[in-house]
Design a protein around this ligand. Structure first.
Ligand SMILES: *[C@@H]1O[C@H](CO)[C@@H](O)[C@H](O)[C@H]1NC(C)=O
Length: 291
């Protein structure tokens, strides 16, 4: 073999490695599964996951949220805690109960966790539920692309969060948010997860308005097969040292549905603003004073 041939082989191997693996946001477990909500929860627990809360974001959709001690540790060290929670979805379709779950790699990288547990968690979920195919981003994205995810130029990234309000302490903020969300007709708390002493992550079900889970899922799943809408929410609010924050809709919705066309996104163009307004109203410090 000539030096030139060796050189070319080395180049090919190098560029292959540099390209790295690519990921999609979701994994299909089964199109027609025997599992129900309870058995999904039980199997997650059995595999060492912490089951948080279950929500029914739209007709026919059940979403089970869960975390893992390793994810919590990684989220505590990350700039945003969003990656601490993953989701499993049961959707009723003509073919039966479709079961799918979030790819630990996609969501760890897109929320800038270290990702050191992603291989292990992906294997656990594959062993528990199956691993028929990946979906949600046909071309896939590499780790480095995901760490800087944005849908298009000028769109927000994971670190571009909205600060909704600032309280004097973490406890004061937690009490206010709990009370305000409980008395809000527009949203429910699906889970509350303390990542550490200074950070609480809250997942909410948005029940009405232009940013409701049902509206977003209806648009996102109009043509989607497998269904991906059950793996989108609960949308997150988090409290860090008394500061109440949330990811931007134009990041959070796009990272869940990267393959939607611009014209499809235009159908929910009002969602990010509606979600922000709903969150601002429950994070408002004055809202508790009157109750
Ligand atoms: C899931 O399946 C794909 C291809 O079918 C494979 O590349 C991947 O390693 C599997 N993942 C796990 C965690 O088993």
């Amino acid at each position: 073999m000539s030096f030139l041939q060796l050189f070319i082989i080395a180049l090919v191997i190098h560029s292959h490695n540099a390209m790295g693996s690519s990921f999609q946001p979701y994994i299909l477990a089964e199109k027609n599964s025997n599992l129900d909500e309870k058995s999904v929860q039980d199997q997650l627990k059995h595999a060492g996951f912490e089951v948080l809360g279950t929500t029914y974001p739209a007709k026919g959709y059940t979403t089970v949220t869960f975390s893992h001690p390793d994810l919590k540790k990684e989220a505590a060290k990350a700039v945003v805690p969003l990656g601490a929670v993953l989701r499993a979805s049961l959707v009723q379709t003509k073919a039966g109960t479709e079961v799918s779950y979030c790819s630990p790699h996609w969501w760890a990288y897109a929320t800038r966790l270290a990702g050191s547990s992603s291989d292990k968690l992906a294997r656990k979920l594959a062993d528990t539920f199956g691993n028929e195919s990946s979906f949600g981003c046909a071309k896939g994205r590499t780790e480095s692309k995901l760490r800087n995810f944005n849908y298009a130029m000028g769109m927000p990234r994971v670190s571009d969060v909205d600060v909704l309000s600032t309280f004097d302490s973490q406890l004061e903020a937690i009490l206010a948010l709990n009370q305000n969300i409980k008395s809000s007709p527009h949203m429910d708390i699906v889970y509350s997860l303390d990542i550490d002493k200074k950070t609480r992550l809250i997942g909410v079900h948005l029940k009405d308005g232009k940013g409701s889970d049902e509206t977003v899922i209806g648009v996102a799943d109009a043509l989607s097969n497998p269904k991906q809408g059950g793996l989108y929410g609960p949308y997150e609010i988090y409290i860090q040292n008394g500061k109440v924050m949330a990811p931007r809709g134009r990041f959070r919705i796009a990272v869940a549905f990267p393959d939607l066309s611009m014209s499809t996104f235009m159908k929910i163009v009002a969602a990010p603003g509606a979600i922000l307004d709903a969150f601002k109203s429950v994070a408002d410090k004055k809202a508790i004073a009157v109750k």
